[in-house]
Ligand binder design. Structure first.
Ligand code: ATP
Length: 257
C-alpha cells in the first residue's frame, strides 16, 4: 500500500525550476532510497514531503502529495501537523548540545504541552530503546546530549524524531558524517524502524542504498541549471541489477555523476 503518492510534482526556488514532474508511489513500512548525482533534487523532493521546502523564502511546489490519500498541500492542512506526522533526520546530528539526553528526546513532546514527568520518562526510554541507544546512555540520561559520540548523537536525533510518534521518517544523508561502525549501527536501526515507520532516505552512498532500501528512486538532470527529474523507480534489487534505463545503469556502474 502507498503511504505517500506524488502526482505531477514540480518544485521551484523562486523562478528556478529545481525538479520537474515527479510521479512516485512511496510504499508504507518500507525503506525508499533517493539516489542520483549532486544537484538533481533529491533533498528538495524530500523536503516537499513534509512541507519543509516552503519555509525557504520564495520556494513553491505544484502538484499533489497525498499522505494516506489526503493532499498535504490542501488549504485546510496545517503544516505543523504534517511535520509531526512526517518527521525528519538531517545529515548532521543536531541535538541541543547543553540539554540533557533525556530532555533532547522529549523536546518535541514538551513543546506540544506534555508535562507529566512519568509519561515523559516512559517516552524517553521507549524512544531510546527504539533508536538502539538505551543501553549506552541509560546511566547518564541527565548528561548533555552534546557529550555523545557522533554516531550516538545521530541515534539520539532519531530517538527525538520517533518520540513524537510520526508515521513517516525522512532521512537526509543521515550517515554521511559518521564513521563506518556508527553507519552500520544506524543502518541496522533503519532496518528495524521500517517495521513501524515508512522511511525515505537520501543517500550518496550506493552500497548503503542497496543495503537498506526496498525501493530506489534514481533522479538525474540533463545539465546544470536544468530541472532534476525522476528517471527510474523500482525495487532496489532491480535498479541495481537490471535497470530499465541506460542512464540508471551508467550511474550505478559509476560511469556518470
Ligand atoms: N535554498 C535553495 N535556494 C535556491 N536553490 C536551491 C536551494 N537548495 C537547493 N537549491 C538548488 O536546487 C537544485 C537541487 O538541489 P538539491 O540540494 O535538492 O539536490 P541534491 O540532489 O540533494 O544534491 P546533493 O546530492 O548535492 O545534496 C540545485 O540546483 C540546488 O542548487
Amino acid at each position: 500500500m502507498s503511504k505517500l503518492v506524488l502526482n505531477d510534482v514540480d518544485i521551484y526556488y523562486g523562478d528556478f525550476h529545481a525538479v520537474q514532474s515527479v510521479n512516485l508511489d512511496i510504499p508504507a513500512q518500507a525503506v525508499t532510497a533517493f539516489i542520483g548525482p549532486s544537484g538533481c533534487g533529491k533533498s528538495t523532493v524530500l523536503r516537499t514531503l513534509n512541507r519543509m521546502h516552503e519555509v525557504i523564502p520564495g520556494a513553491s511546489v505544484k502538484g499533489e502529495i497525498l499522505l494516506d490519500g489526503k493532499n498535504i498541500y490542501d488549504r485546510d492542512v496545517d503544516p505543523v501537523s504534517v511535520r509531526n506526522t512526517i518527521g525528519m533526520v538531517f545529515q548532521k546530528a543536531n541535538p541541543f548540545p547543553t540539554m540533557s539526553i533525556e530532555d533532547n528526546v522529549v523536546a518535541g513532546l514538551k513543546l506540544s504541552g506534555e508535562k507529566n514527568k512519568k509519561k515523559l520518562k516512559e517516552v524517553a526510554e521507549k524512544s531510546l530503546r527504539g533508536a538502539n541507544l538505551w543501553e549506552e546512555v541509560k546511566d547518564r540520561l541527565d548528561k548533555p546530549g552534546g557529550g555523545l559520540s557522533g554516531g550516538q548523537q545521530q541515534r539520539l536525533c532519531i530517538a527525538r524524531a520517533i518520540a513524537v510518534e510520526p508515521e513517516v521518517l525522512l532521512m537526509d544523508e543521515p550517515c554521511s558524517a559518521l564513521d563506518p561502525i556508527s553507519t552500520l549501527a544506524v543502518e541496522d536501526l533503519i532496518h528495524e524502524l521500517k517495521e513501524e515507520f515508512t522511511i525515505v532516505i537520501v543517500t550518496h552512498n550506493m552500497q548503503q542504498a542497496a543495503r537498506v532500501s526496498d525501493k530506489t528512486a534514481f533522479y538525474s538532470l540533463e545539465a546544470t541549471g536544468k530541472p532534476g527529474q525522476l528517471i527510474e523507480f523500482n525495487d532496489t534489487q532491480k535498479i541495481f541489477e537490471n535497470p530499465d534505463k541506460k542512464e540508471t545503469e551508467d550511474y550505478i556502474a559509476g560511469r556518470f555523476g
